[in-house]
Ligand binder design. Sequence first.
Ligand code: MN
Ligand code: MN
Length: 258
Amino acid sequence: MSKIVLQGFLYDEKSSFKKGPALAPPMIREAYHSESSNYFAEDGMEVLPSHFEDMGDFTIQDYFDIESITKEHLKKGLPILTLGGDHSITYPILKALHQKHGQLSILHIDAHSDLYGDFEGDPFSHACPFHNILREGISSNVTQVGIRTLNHEQRTHAVKYGVHICEMKDFEKFNMPNYERPIYLSLDIDALDPAFAPGVSHHEPGGFTTRQVLKIIQDIPVPILGADIVEYNPNRDINGMTAMVCAKLFKEIVVKML
Ligand code: MN
Ligand code: MN
């Protein structure tokens, strides 16, 4: 594959705590282009702007416009990388991908399992996308890693749908699943410890180092067909350091998609 589709959603209407992720896509793009670094990923590949069919960043009126816009972009027949936006965007993106590719295995990196049936009355909250994905049978193979906030409801849903969860406290025992086909990767930046990525709405201590997340991505044994980077909140960032973390992870994900 020589190119991927890039799209951004300027959307944080489903954020339960703080707004700000709607501002993220242009900030991540800016960090990717920053002269403070270069375009090289760690495997030696240069991730160039010419590798992208860049569809731009979209302001969303209706939540399910995310699905129709993604569907349109999938017509290019290329892997698709999305810059969020809050985590609610993952469900309509995967709805669109499911119509084209059928069931996909999902690797979900997050402090939160996002498995609520509804959150504060909203079944499409950023706390709910994986419940929607599982309930609708969009994927039946979800692996979550980095989780450190499970409550009774989310544990119940994880058992009901057979979600493979490696909680952060057990990360030393994490084994990459034996994937045989391309997967979808959903990366919530709050999976990282706030010390490494302060620019998120929900500071959840006890998380990943940047290096640990890089290692997970680099260890994925199959191509990535679709991915998202979500929950970066520029309003909470310090000197753009989280934007640079996002740009770094962005380059490593792109390598796995090309
Ligand atoms: Mn999340
Ligand atoms: Mn999270």
